[in-house]
Design a protein. Sequence first.
Length: 88
Amino acid sequence: FAMALLSDWLAGPETLRVNGDARALELARVLTMLGPTFIKAGQSASIRTDLLPPAYIRGLTSLQDQVPPFSSDEARRMVEEALGQGPE
């Protein structure tokens, strides 16, 4: 994703605009692969129309309702691992 984005940037503003939707969907896929924390960051960014171009807002909006399920058991395991004990 990063190399493709850099290539677009080096090619100029028109290439950035033309490839914006594709790059935004690639970014959403990358964030999904990285896990729940990155998905949440993408969700937060998707509502910041003052920070991102419209193509990226459209792409990241898919993270609002089209993400893989996250099991409660996995969440508990992560909390226990981070805190050194289970949630009580």
